[in-house]
Design a protein around this ligand. Sequence first.
Ligand code: DQA
Length: 146
Amino acid sequence: MPDSKTIYVLNGPNLNMLGLREPEIYGSDTLDDIAGMLDDRAQAIGVDIDMRQTNHEGLLVDWIQEANARNAHAILLNAGAFTHTSIAIHDAIKAVTVPVIEVHLSNPHRREPFRHTSFVGMAAKGTIAGFGAHGYVLALDAAAKL
Ligand code: DQA
């Protein structure tokens, strides 16, 4: 598959704990379950996905730059808590031309005030939040149509 058909799915800190982590907020699906859902949908709509997770802020910056250098079609980004703190990730999104779609399992605007600021959302093309694991599939469909 050419890189222009590849959609990166980048996940930040603590998302490796999905399934175990506060299931009343984030649901019982694991990140592997989400990868499975995305693989099925990617096959159906004819795109390729490259899904990764890290607990390290700088690695997310590296991967955003890499996706751009590889001429990826789009990035789905759930930056976890870095969403609310990271000017470096904000700057990385603004530095590249590859479109970034912000994804959250929960709806941060219904939660604590410190989650109401999103440095990712301020730079992203759009945001899908509050639909649990299915939000990733919604974001993939949105990305494929860009
Ligand atoms: C999250 C929301 C963030 O506020 C939180 O820090 C996360 C997960 C979500 O997917 O709902 O780690 O990005």
